[in-house]
Write a protein that binds this ligand. Structure first.
Ligand SMILES: [Zn+2]
Length: 163
């Protein structure tokens, strides 16, 4: 059962096992309608999309996605004691802190410090190689999450790159 494999990965692998995110083909994941699913440092895709996925990964957009996800890998390693369980728990807590039940609910995701940092640095060559552990707290943890998102929602991904 693939679901068992995915759950096991949470406990039997650690972020530092990988230097960069790796592709992982599966038969039943990700859920219908999704091209990729990020999980424990892997980019999970449907086996039947193999060719399409491997082509896309070599484009500019593909490389940016790899960098974005590799930054999450560095965060898990350096900000959550190299534990996937702790990382996903903190990620969840930060999402809750962003008040997902108050409009606009998307802001809860976009203002998670882990996401702010990954979006801010995803186009910076080498950002994933020279990860600076201090920036998450000092730069990418926003004070007034809801209001900041409302003020910049039209160009959020560009805005976070100016922080
Ligand atoms: Zn992300």
């Amino acid at each position: 059962m693939e679901i068992i494999t995915l759950i096991k990965m949470l406990f039997t692998s650690k972020p530092s096992d990988f230097f960069e995110v790796e592709l992982m083909p599966m038969k039943h994941f990700p859920f219908k309608g999704y091209k990729y699913m990020m999980w424990c440092g892997r980019i999970v895709y449907h086996k039947e999309n193999e060719e399409k996925v491997k082509n896309e990964i070599n484009t500019e957009i593909g490389r940016r996605s790899i960098r974005h996800e590799t930054l999450h890998l560095r965060q898990a390693e350096n900000q959550a004691g190299d534990s996937w369980v702790r990382y996903y728990w903190r990620y969840f807590v930060e999402w809750i802190k962003g008040n997902p039940i108050i409009h606009p609910s998307k802001s809860a995701y976009y203002t998670i410090p882990f996401e702010v940092e990954a979006y801010a640095l995803e186009e910076t060559e080498g950002a994933e190689l020279y990860y600076d552990t201090n920036l998450l707290k000092s730069k990418y943890t926003l004070e007034n999450k809801k209001q900041t998102y409302r003020d910049h929602r039209e160009d959020w991904k560009d805005y976070v790159k100016t922080l």
